[in-house]
Design a protein around this ligand. Sequence first.
Ligand SMILES: [Zn+2]
Ligand SMILES: [Zn+2]
Length: 1020
Amino acid sequence: MAHIFSRLPDKPDHYALELEILEFWERERTFEKLHELNRDGPRFSFVDGPITANNPMGVHHAWGRTLKDVFQRYKALRGFDERYQNGFDCQGLWVEVEVEKSLGLNSKREIEEYGLAEFAERCKERVARFAEVITDQSKRLGMWMDWENDYYTFTDTNIEYIWRFLRAVHERGWLYQGHRSTVWCPRCGTSISQHEVFSGEYKELEHPSLYVRLPLKDRDGEALVVWTTTPWTLPANVAAAVNPSAEYVLRGDGTWVAKALDPETRVVREVLGAELVGLEYEGPFDHLPAQEGVVHRVIPWDEVSLTEGTGIVHIAPGAGSEDFELSRVHELPVLAPLDEAGRMLPGFGFDGLSTDDVEQPVIDDLEGRGLLLQAGRIVHRYPTCWRCGTPLVFRVVDDWFISAEEIRQPMLDANATVEWTPAFYSKRMDDWLRNMGDWNISRKRYFGLPLPFYPCEDCGTLSVIGSRAELEERALSGLEQLQELHRPWIDEVTIACSECGGEVRRIPEVGDAWLDAGIVPLSTLGWENPEYVPRGHATGAGEGLTTADLPDHAYWEEWFPADWVSEMREQIRLWFYSISFMAVTLTGRSPYRRVLTYEKLLDETGREMHRSWGNAIDVNEAVEQMGADVMRWQYCGQPPNQNLLFGYGPAHEIKRRLLTLWNSAKFLVDYANIAGWQPVWEDLAGGPVGELEPLDRWLVARTNALLEEATAAYESWLTVDVVRAFDPFVDDLSNWYIRRSRRRFWDGDETAFRTLWYALVQGLRAVAPLMPFLTDHLWRQLTAPCKDAPASVHLAGWPEVQTPDSALLEEVAELRRVVELGRQARATAGVKLRQPLRTLVVDGAALAQAHVDEIAEELRVKDVTFEEVDASELRVRPNLPLLGPKLGRELGAVRTALEAGEFEELAGGGFRVAGHELDFDEVLVERRGKEGWSVASSDGVTVALDTHLDDELVREGRVYELIHTVNTMRKEAGLELTDRIRLTLTQTDADLLADADWIARETLAVSVDADGTELRIAKA
Ligand SMILES: [Zn+2]
Ligand SMILES: [Zn+2]
């Protein structure tokens, strides 16, 4: 017989099924069809924060990409037209560092020897290679994007847009060159901006801990004591700071320290810090050439710590940021001891040594001259480079900055227009904006945005070039070799100074990579671009990589600002910050209306994932082991304000739950094939047609409730609420509807089939954006007989949501609560569910009264009555997770009163105790019944089960047990659902033959006898 539905295997092979679906999407061009279908729909504008095309993607990237895909899919189901443009971040330090590694280069000098042109080519090759890898991984994850139309941040188009931005900030007077102390990575040879320092890691590092004597001039035998953990800064010492209002003591050995840091000492003299100010002392390295002419003196500083060190702080303005600030206040000389690579400069005594290598020589030197009071080691948290992990230092350098002062308030105003999910992150953004320093935009590196700054050495004019056309117009030389706007080619182009006409060169610096990603809402949408240029984004380094167009300004008006963006929380001070900075500067508006942000991904035990710790999970491996759907379900089930504990354990649990869905679909398929039942496509629009039984009407209502909840969840950008709605729906579908309707399916009941099919198919649609493969697979199976059904669930649109019958839902919810309590009562008494019992008494749950028969059947009791339960003993305990936060210090009194039985029971299951009214869910209620009764209670409902067994009940229990055993044997023997058997009972069970008809009916036996020595079945 030809089956109506294809058979489903016992469980899904996620991996194989997903590859099949991918192949189907590809073959049928499903995504393109969807895109086309919505072409005239309302617009949903999403702007993708670029992923760095520098390595394969990690499972944390897959989280973000899943969320992006989920909401794009949902909006597409609702008929929205979308852009689907993926973005790659392509230049800057991260790419350079990886290319350096792969080429075996480890310093800027080695890069320059290798050659900048070759180096740039290697960077471009790396980007192209990993863009491809990431694209493949994303497709495999089920992400639907307009692949091939990606934007690349290293294109000339993108660079030109940033140039326009830089020119605009210059025109407003925000651009300046700062001579300041900045955080510096000695390996990368560049300064690190504020937001990058936060992105880096603080590592536990061990450093020397030195107490150094600095003899006071004109005070014979007296010396200051300073403490340092950075010996390399001592040759740059120019001052010592004291807290002017703190007390300092002269100790017996002639040394001065803060009293607070050595309170036990024998004091020779005691003074306020202010009295030490102005004293001169001998520097630790006065004999070095760099120290020539420096007068060391004591300065006042209110910030001097009195909790560590000596209360006297060694000040080296060339080697620390606060020191540098103090040098401005007190007019101190600035001695900068390090070169770009973090090595000691000539004149500082330890030529060419690194900050680490210099440690021991400094210690020996100080010791030899009797200046070292004490030397130890200290382990402390120390910041490291976000890119290469090298410990950071401070250097005084000339960097380029954009002042944040004037844009701060407009950015805060713009943020006030943005709807954040979860809402409290809006305040995090505000905090960042209120505290943001000026934007350090220059990096002394190679493959990055060339800063278009041309300072004239003759007249001092700074020209900032705003476009390639302007560059060409003003160029004096080098245009002929300008293949793209990158170093080294751009460096060869000189221009004429706008003031004096002299020949000017570009500064060598490149830009912060967040400029590249920050301009995207303008550069990819064609802001102020006069005409639409097909393939106009495939310029410069992007040539041949993408077919992305450069749209015109009209297009930008249509698609800007983004309706929605989504990135990880750390992007508040990175991408969200940079796109806001640039868009607010140029357009006065926030580049996004809504944003979903989420926390970090950790391993399933809550540790950070690190390759070196062996707990990192590779994306490809996860896809193979879990399947993309299960990964996505794991991401989507996560509340965004908490860290995700990702791993195989949670994946296993998800698979177990999905199996219930699968089994329900398989149940329908198997029985429909037996009954020859055909689904009716039109049922999806209006609900199943026919003589619906109460249980059918309930499942329809339950399904509509799911659709309603899922819609609300998507509309509030919370996938976790979709998952939370779906799991109990599947439980209701399988463990209530199907279980209570088996007989009807067996009998080929048309209405039951239609109802179950409706619920299953609508349920799939509700979660299709989250789990695109499994839902499409099952959709294709379940709608295959319907010739009007779209070939893919993703082409079926969002289902009409009919208002569910909430009264009916509440009624059945109460019914299920009673049944659940009845099971608990059985379990407490140790009575198997198959053993029939006499009586159940229900107290509360008035709505469940309409379902007495179902309760009796579910709990296998003869009678169900609704009346007050006479429970002799009632124990009430606080539900601590809820009551602790609610009551605070009152909790103790409440607990004592509960223990003493001093409480009053309220209608609805609550209690009044010690002046508090507690809801039913805030307490744990335990009731002990009368002798022979088992009682269970929760949520204001109490049931009591008569556990007494008489002969008749025992005998009936044996029949149920027998039926269960036989049906298990049928399954184990591999019999079809329709196969008949001959059944032989043991002689000891002969008394059960009185129920032979019942037994035969439940086991499909054509004969039952009892002459065996063991229980046997044989196919008839
Ligand atoms: Zn570094
Ligand atoms: Zn000039």
